[in-house]
Design a protein around this ligand. Structure first.
Ligand code: FEO
Length: 168
């Protein structure tokens, strides 16, 4: 049985992962319309991954006799400036998600819910990977510069970090 406060904060995370998925989907569509095939592929996969994160949380909450709340669609922005600005936004967003996961760990400790504290470690590790893969992309983008965006777009095709996420 989940403590009420843990159930609430996990439901908040369901909402945030869902929004992450919508945000990256909007970025993917934006990039596709700008002709960035590699960037949009990366973002479409990222959007899928965020949905898997959300499902993971939904299943866990329900399995532990909580009630997972499915959020309504929160419309993300539709314009992201340029790819430099956009990837900075991705990193900023991932840092926000990492902080949010840390708050869940804090709530688990405060409520003596060591089962959830243990379970949520997957997300803690995942956030390290997510932040580092976005940082690697930003480094490459800065290295290649504004005049080599075509090369960057080709390169990012091979930079898809982990496809290992699963809702199970
Ligand atoms: Fe599910 Fe990128 O955080």
């Amino acid at each position: 049985m989940l403590p009420k406060k843990v159930e609430e904060i996990l439901n908040r995370q369901i909402e945030r992962e869902d929004y992450s998925s919508q945000l990256y989907l909007s970025m993917a569509s934006w990039a596709e319309n700008k002709g960035f095939e590699g960037v949009s592929n990366w973002l479409y996969s990222q959007a899928e991954e965020e949905r898997i994160h959300m499902l993971k949380l939904v299943k866990y909450v329900n399995e532990r006799d909580g009630v997972a709340l499915i959020p309504g669609i929160n419309t993300p922005p539709k314009d992201f400036g340029d790819v430099f600005v956009m990837f900075d936004q991705v990193l900023k967003h991932e840092k926000y998600i990492s902080a949010s996961i840390n708050e869940i760990v804090g709530a688990c400790i405060a409520e003596n819910d060591y089962t959830t504290q243990n379970w949520i470690q997957w997300f803690v590790t995942e956030q390290i990977e997510e932040e580092s893969s976005v940082k690697a992309i930003i480094d490459k983008l800065n290295l290649l510069g504004k005049n080599n965006l075509y090369m960057f777009d080709r390169d990012i095709m091979t930079m898809r970090g982990d496809g290992e996420a699963s809702a199970e």
